[in-house]
Design a binder for this molecule. Structure first.
Ligand code: MGD
Ligand code: MGD
Ligand code: MO
Length: 771
């Protein structure tokens, strides 16, 4: 474990720092020899899909694309450490509750099904038969199937997700909360309404053509390092890259490609962002509106001078609806409000508009900095509006690019992991499998927590993920999970959700992406869909971490057989050969016609994206301009009105050494933090104004409309280049501060990027250098 210190990182992102970090990860997991072979198979045509993120690969045939994030994800899964029943059973669950997330997962890969024994407060080994029987008994005994909840985290393959949703719908509910609810839900909702497809419209080829790339609220240096390869190439050929981020993220500033010998030898790196806009947390709608306003004014000027128009009026006339209302709304906006809410000056916003006006092909990318707000859907639609003004959707080198997180989060949705399924999909599913699917809407993540809290649901089943740690309002959520009669988690590693359990509890160990999956029909492939709608195969190459592991499809099949004795679905037969599952997927979804044939070709295939063809599946049959007011009524505004200048806006972010709730290590190299996670980034002037020394400790308390006090204790103040009145800290430690009721309008995504907080000086923790 590294020494605890704060030290500014001066090197470019990537480069030697990344290589050193990779070597450390491999050593830490004792997989140096095997690891090299495993890594070389990541994202290869005959290898496995990297579980690191959903960023696509160049044609899936390139030599190994170096990615620090991928190495960590693979190393964590291929670790030699084993969380055996004996190891886990050494401690009581109450004892393990006090451990950090890092310590829990650090026990290694799960090896056998585990059953919680209340009499000893410990987990012990159980058999698969006993485990499935217990779950089936609980499910069959519920007065209504709607009292069971079936969560999915986005690593689940298409085949597993398809069987899982089928099982749950045959059982009788649409209760499918998933990680997407906490992530890109506003992108899906917003884009569906605006352009008719809830997915991005660009491909990697577009990145090679773009003149300008906008990046809103996304930190690719840490979360999508392979994207830096595209940005690096774009920057080197002179494309403008505009970043909108309250923090100056190193990966957005300068990157050294570890495969570029000159950059490595000279320690130089390439500047990535040409124009950095350090806007206020939550200031995106105001900023984008300012750029739109400036674009209208540039268009006025061009018109007056007889110059070519700035707006693509032909595109607007032929392909869009709602333009006039949008124009009137944007023009009526006052610069003073746009400046105050965005934290950017009129001059800065005009400069961004000028780049837009002089670029023929523009891509807009975004991440959690856009979606996890009260007005996340509106922010996504403002990005779409901005691109529509100059016809940048459905044009080579241009388009929308929500950058997804989990490696198959997009595919899981495509497969029907959704609490609000369409009638057409349910009709078809019912026909193909000869049953009547439930028609009413199920619980999303927020709905599921409320239902458990209120006793309306009492069985929780998690297909991967870490529900207890990833969700908001930690105290309330934990209480809700503890009210359950049964909690079950299919997992690769032991985590927080396993120690915050129901009266009865099971942990079921499954195969990971990197492992060989052998069924009756031989070794199997699974398929996944990346962030750009490409579907391709993945097959592991390592021996399973334990002989007792089952694949996720097999877990679903065996559970379904026991729970639904009258089901007409041939569960066992389907999982003997996953081609059979894929044939059924093709029967249900037209876009998967000839699925097996197409997916077995190297590189797979791309799903149709109507918006990228300028076919608009919206309510008006056109791409819709969606006007939105600059928000002035959020919890932040209310908190400021009530409490004044004491209120900070807290945004919760990922450190470099974590994957969501999986904490690989305690460093956040690019932000200069080492050996610790309980830090709060603050503007030095804000700190000095209050007379707080750097390194002082504070408790963070959030303000909420429900008046309830929520607190996260003992964070160290760390000076950072962040706008005044904004602070940032890591998730999941800060989830205790996010009220359950505070979520995005129209998408119900927790507002974990805009929490009104106050800071209260406190004592240093007993072990000030610890986590
Ligand atoms: N190594 C690693 N890779 C990952 C993950 C991981 O945890 N670790 N998680 C995966 C998942 S599930 C996801 S969804 C993605 C997440 O990838 P990102 O979307 O990059 O995730 P975050 O770290 O939450 O950070 C978002 C960025 O938004 C900025 N930001 C915060 N508030 C605002 C705001 O109000 N406006 C703007 N414009 N910016 C803001 C932050 O400074 C930060 O740079 O990454 C995936 N890949
Ligand atoms: N405050 C705050 N909260 C957030 C966010 C934020 O930015 N701020 N981000 C949100 C986002 S974007 C997301 S996506 C969610 C993430 O929420 P989740 O997806 O629920 O969380 P993860 O941390 O990715 O889940 C990690 C666990 O998955 C299990 N696992 C890993 N691989 C596999 C596998 O192959 N199969 C199975 N069955 N299990 C596996 C391991 O046991 C591991 O402990 O968190 C959200 N919560
Ligand atoms: Mo995510």
């Amino acid at each position: 474990m590294s020494e605890s210190k704060i030290e500014v990182y001066k090197a470019p992102a990537g480069g030697w720092g990344a290589l050193r970090s990779v070597a450390k990860q491999l050593l830490q997991h004792r997989i140096a020899a095997k690891g090299a072979r495993t890594l070389l198979s990541a994202n290869q045509p005959d290898g496995f899909d990297c579980p690191g993120c959903a960023w696509p690969d160049r044609e899936h045939t390139s030599t190994f694309e170096f990615c620090e994030n991928g190495v960590k994800a693979v190393a964590a899964e291929a670790t030699a450490e084993r969380a055996t029943p004996e190891r886990i059973g050494q401690r009581t669950v109450t004892e393990m509750l006090a451990w950090t997330d890092h310590a829990l997962e650090d026990m290694g890969r799960l090896t056998e099904p585990l059953l919680y024994d209340a009499s000893t407060d410990r987990y012990r080994a159980t058999t698969w038969d006993e485990a499935f029987t217990l779950i089936a008994q609980h499910l069959q005994a519920l007065p209504s199937p709607d009292q069971a909840i079936f969560y999915t985290s986005g690593r689940t393959s298409n085949e597993a997700a398809f069987l899982y949703q089928l099982f749950v719908r045959e059982y009788g509910t649409n209760n499918f909360p998933d990680c997407s609810n906490m992530c890109h839900e506003p992108s899906g909702m917003g884009l569906k309404e605006s352009v008719g497809v809830g997915k991005g419209t660009v491909t990697l080829e577009d990145f090679q053509l773009a003149d300008a790339i906008l990046i809103f609220g996304q930190n690719p240096g840490t979360n999508h390092p392979r994207m830096l390869g595209e940005l690096h190439a774009a920057a080197r050929r002179g494309a403008r890259i505009l970043s909108f981020n309250p923090l100056r993220e190193r990966g957005l500033e300068r990157f050294a490609d570890p495969q570029n010998l000159l950059e490595m030898a000279t320690l130089s790196g390439t500047p990535i962002t040409s124009d950095y806009f350090q806007l206020r947390v939550g200031g995106d709608i105001a900023a984008i509106k300012g750029i739109c306003k400036a674009l209208f004014e540039l268009d006025d000027a061009a018109l007056a001078e007889g110059q070519p128009r700035v707006l693509d009026i032909d595109f607007i006339a032929a392909h869009t609806s709602g333009f006039d209302t949008f124009e009137a709304d944007v023009r009526s906006e006052q610069w003073a409000l746009l400046e105050a809410e965005s934290g950017l000056s009129e001059a800065q916003l005009r400069a961004a508009a000028t780049v837009m006006a002089t670029s023929d092909k523009v891509i807009a990318c975004w991440g959690m900095g856009i979606t996890q707000h009260r007005h996340g859907v509106a922010a996504v639609q403002m990005i779409s509006n901005l691109l529509l003004m100059r016809g940048h959707i459905g044009q080579p080198g241009a388009g929308l690019c929500p950058v997804r997180g989990h490696s198959n989060v997009q595919g899981d949705r495509t497969m029907g992991i959704y609490e609000k399924p369409s009638e057409a999909f349910l009709d078809r599913l019912g026909q193909v499998f000869a049953f009547e699917p439930p028609r009413h809407e199920g619980f999303d993540t927020i709905g599921a927590i409320e239902a458990m809290r209120d006793g309306r649901a009492s069985v929780f089943f998690g297909m991967g993920g870490n529900f207890a740690a990833a969700t908001p309002d930690t105290e309330a959520t934990h209480a809700a999970l503890r009210r359950c009669a049964l909690t079950v988690h299919v997992a690769t590693k032991f985590n927080r959700s396993h120690v915050v359990h129901g009266r009865e509890a099971l942990v079921l160990p499954c195969l990971g992406r990197t492992e060989i999956d052998v069924q009756a029909g031989g070794p199997q492939h699974v398929s996944v869909e990346d962030s750009m709608s490409k579907v391709h195969l993945s097959a592991g190459i390592n021996a399973p971490a334990s002989p007792h592991l089952l694949s996720e499809p097999m877990i679903v099949a065996r559970l379904a057989e026991l729970t639904l004795p009258h089901s007409r679905t041939p569960w066992r037969w389907l999982v003997q050969d996953y081609d059979r599952i894929r044939d059924r997927i093709a029967d249900v979804f037209d876009e998967f016609k000839d699925f097996n044939e197409r997916v077995h070709k190297p590189g797979g295939f791309r799903l149709r994206n109507t918006a990228s063809e300028r076919v608009w599946m919206t309510s008006t049959g056109k791409a819709r301009f969606m006007p939105h007011a600059v928000p002035v009524d959020t919890a932040l505004h209310k908190a400021r009105a009530e409490l004044g200048a004491d209120v900070f806006t807290l945004t919760t972010i990922r450190a470099h050494d974590q994957y969501n709730t999986t904490v690989y290590g305690l460093d956040d190299r690019y932000r200069g933090v080492y050996g610790q996670r309980r830090v709060l980034f603050i503007n030095p002037a804000d700190r000095a104004d209050r007379g707080w020394p750097a390194g002082a400790w504070v408790d963070i308390r959030s303000w909420a409309e429900d008046g309830q006090a929520r607190q996260a204790r003992q964070f160290k103040l760390v000076d950072h280049d962040i706008p005044r009145a904004c602070v940032a800290a890591y998730y999941p430690e800060t989830n205790a501060l996010v009220p359950l009721e505070s979520h995005a309008i129209g998408a119900r995504t927790p507002t974990s990027k805009s929490i009104p907080v106050r800071l209260h000086p406190c004592d240093a923790p007993a072990e000030a250098c610890a986590t």
